[in-house]
Design a protein around this ligand. Structure first.
Ligand code: HEC
Length: 245
């Protein structure tokens, strides 16, 4: 078998490690995995955003925004975009990574059910970025892969960019950077070989009720708006994938 998935249990943490086929191919294979993982996070966050009005509906209790619903939506859309069907994972290389991410998304929606289904409350604080942050936490516990949503003028200190991310975000903000192009680099973190991928996110119309103008006005979450306009750099999804060679 060319590819193999090892399960390592260390200090109570289950880490999935990849055994790459050959060192020369490792970077390419890792890049594909990183791209797909970022796609799965984006799709999940998009599903949350699309259902924001339902989630914020004070009149309704059971909203049907369940872990199963979200996981199915994510797998369906992922299949449409990539032709990869996570429902038949035994034919998908590195499927354990993708399934762990879908499982993390499931965990987050499951845990939020009491909040999502609370009647009589409109805005409940369950939104795209909270979803992404919690998915990142679950996913890290499952796999040892770090994934986060970050930005230059971050709202939540947990989303604060590290030095590397800061530098890349600055580069994304430069008008000379081709819009939408992700940044990839093989480097080391804590002495380990890793692949870092950072994928820029831009503001679209639906973001502006919270992040738009007038700058400084409070949004529905009570946080000051950033003053973004459509097309502005909003932030990035950052992934740190350990390479096992
Ligand atoms: C309903 C309000 C709301 C909408 C709509 C919204 N956001 Fe956010 N966004 C937030 C809040 C609140 C946070 C901080 C969440 C947290 O605690 O991590 C946030 C965080 C972020 C972050 C992470 C960095 C940070 O500030 O901590 C990015 C990037 C981001 N949003 C981009 C977007 C984009 C792109 C869109 C549109 C596709 C969008 N947001 C739509 C409320 C919103």
């Amino acid at each position: 078998m060319r590819r193999q998935v090892l399960m390592i249990v260390a200090a109570g943490m289950t880490t999935i490690s990849l055994a790459w086929s050959t060192p020369a191919r490792a970077a390419n294979e890792a890049e594909v995995v990183a791209e797909h993982l970022i796609e799965l996070v984006k799709i999940g966050s998009g599903v949350v955003s699309e259902h924001q009005a339902t989630i914020n509906d004070a009149a309704k209790a059971e909203k049907g925004f369940t872990a199963d619903f979200v996981a199915n939506q994510v797998m369906e859309r992922f299949k449409k975009q990539t032709k990869i069907d996570l429902r038949i994972p035994n034919v998908v290389p590195q499927a354990n990574y993708y399934l762990a991410l879908v499982e993390a998304e499931r965990n987050v929606v499951d845990e939020a059910q009491p909040v999502i289904n609370r009647q009589g409350v409109g805005f409940k604080g369950f939104l795209h970025a909270v979803f992404a942050r919690r998915v990142g936490e679950h996913f890290y516990k499952k796999t040892g892969v770090r994934m986060k949503l970050t930005g230059i003028n971050y709202r939540n200190p947990n989303n604060k960019p590290d030095d590397f991310e800061q530098e890349v975000l600055r580069m994304f903000n430069d008008p000379r950077h081709p819009k939408g192009q992700a940044y990839v680099r093989n480097t080391t973190v804590d002495g380990r070989s890793v692949l870092r991928m950072i994928d820029p996110e831009y503001a679209v119309a639906s973001c502006l009720s919270c992040h738009g103008v007038p700058k400084g006005e409070r949004d529905i979450a009570g946080i000051k708006k950033e003053g973004w306009k459509e097309g502005d750099l909003a932030g990035a999804i950052s992934l740190v994938l350990p390479l096992k060679q």
